[in-house]
Design a protein around this ligand. Structure first.
Ligand SMILES: C[S@@+](CC[C@H](N)C(=O)[O-])C[C@H]1O[C@@H](n2cnc3c(N)ncnc32)[C@H](O)[C@@H]1O
Length: 404
């Protein structure tokens, strides 16, 4: 018995030493605003331990579920996102936040919804861990509900309201015609259609902001800076990444480059978050970029390349290379396929569902070798075996860094 305890303790000590010894360093920025999500990042060894444990438990759960049940769960998986949609869209989570705990009938009254259906959706949400149901018919929010009510709200609405229909069109039509899901669903390529539809375009930008908020915190927790850099983001949306970096490193200067409508929303967003030293520049990454790009020390390209086929990616990266000052650095933030355990690889496949639905043919999540091939074709990497430096983040995405 004593021997077993000693062996287990030695195993645990070896695992802890291994996790600590092989983890990347955490970067601590000079300023930590009260609203910062950076302190929520678990220390690297803890993060890696729990990701590994999650992979293992998920493997066990799936291996011990009979195939017919697993097949049913998979076929029926849509119900979970519909439950989320019902509660977020109709404000049930806000009502529960206000009341702390409430009967579903009272929530229905507050949200002007039908009590029968609201109660059934709330009960379903309790089975999913979104709500607690301490006594039948009475509910309160969990941490997941709070996440859905705040940081992830716009993303949840967009995924259910916009993306789902395009993904279904991809499965029903694109697979036969080869036309992208958004063209089958909306009748036009994604960006063209959004240029004509302001409400949906704003919704898209807000959803991207939700995706970007936690990644931005993870970038701040991983990217060493001097603090006086000019940091740019091409196709940077409304500027979520840059606003977050600036709040933690207020001596930096930040510049977002995006299409005209989005650039003007970025100006408003910078103002809303109180970001100084910020500008939003209207530009297309398919044309040579405006002269401002020459001032950039670091140029981010986040969740842009996965939207395009290889030839377009080469054009975007080559345009940046030709327009930027030599000595600046390119920082491509993407999920890199084949670098993580099964849970994260599955999450990357889920991201690709969005890419297939919204982007032109050829858009996809890529491996490091596939990205490196693009950088080589754009003359950013020169040697046949060169690869970018990969900075892992404490989440799904990584940063590929390379000099321009
Ligand atoms: C998937 S979003 C990513 C936004 C942001 N980088 C992020 O991660 O939140 C792609 C971005 O590319 C921008 N975009 C699309 N076509 C563009 C073009 N030709 N030139 C510049 N930006 C473009 C879109 O407006 C959008 O902001």
């Amino acid at each position: 018995m004593r021997v077993a305890v000693v062996v287990i303790l030695a195993g645990v000590a070896a695992l802890v030493a291994y996790l600590i010894g092989t983890s990347p360093p955490n970067v601590v920025p000079p300023v930590m605003p009260e609203s910062s999500l950076v302190p929520e990042l678990p220390p690297w060894p803890v993060f890696r331990f729990f990701v590994g444990l999650n992979d293992f438990l998920r493997f066990l759960a799936e291996k011990t579920t009979p195939p017919d049940i697993r097949a049913l769960e998979l076929s029926n998986a849509f119900w979970q996102s519909v439950v989320v949609y019902a509660l977020v869209k109709h404000g049930a989570l806000d009502a529960l936040f206000k009341e702390k705990e409430a009967a579903c009938g009272a929530v229905a009254e507050m949200t002007h919804t039908h009590p029968h259906y609201m109660c059934r959706f709330m009960h379903a949400a309790a089975t999913l861990g979104i709500l607690e149901e301490p006594v039948p018919g009475t509910f309160r929010n969990t941490e997941i509900a709070e996440e859905l009510r705040t940081t992830s709200r716009d993303r949840a609405l967009w995924l259910s309201a916009m993306l789902r229909d395009s993904y279904v069109a991809t499965a029903e039509k694109s697979i036969l015609t080869g036309e992208p899901g958004c063209v089958e669903h909306l009748g036009a390529p994604w960006w063209e259609w959004h240029a004509e539809h302001q409400v949906e375009s704003e919704m898209f930008d807000r959803a991207m902001k939700d995706f970007a908020l936690r990644t931005a915190a993870a970038v701040v927790g991983a990217l060493p800076l001097k603090g006086d850099e000019v940091i740019c983001d091409v196709g940077g949306g409304i500027g979520t990444l840059l606003a977050t970096i600036w709040e933690h490193w207020p001596s930096t200067t930040v510049k977002v480059f995006d299409l005209p409508e989005t650039a003007s929303r970025a100006t408003a967003y910078f103002k809303h978050r109180g970001v100084k030293n910020a500008s939003a520049i209207s530009a297309s990454f398919f044309d040579p970029l405006p002269a401002d790009i020459k001032t950039c020390d670091i140029i981010f390209l986040k969740n842009v390349l996965h939207d395009w086929a290889d030839d377009e990616c080469v054009k975007i990266v080559a345009n940046i290379k030709q327009s930027a000052a030599p000595g600046s650095r390119l920082a491509v933030v993407e999920a890199i396929v084949g670098t993580d355990g099964p849970s994260f690889e599955r999450a990357k496949a889920a991201v690709e569902a969005g890419i297939l639905s919204t982007c032109p043919m050829g858009a996809k999540e890529r491996t490091l070798a596939e990205y490196s091939d693009i950088y080589r074709r754009a003359n950013v990497l020169l040697g046949p075996d060169d690869i970018p430096t990969v900075l892992k983040l404490r989440e799904l995405l990584s940063v590929m860094m390379m000099p321009l």
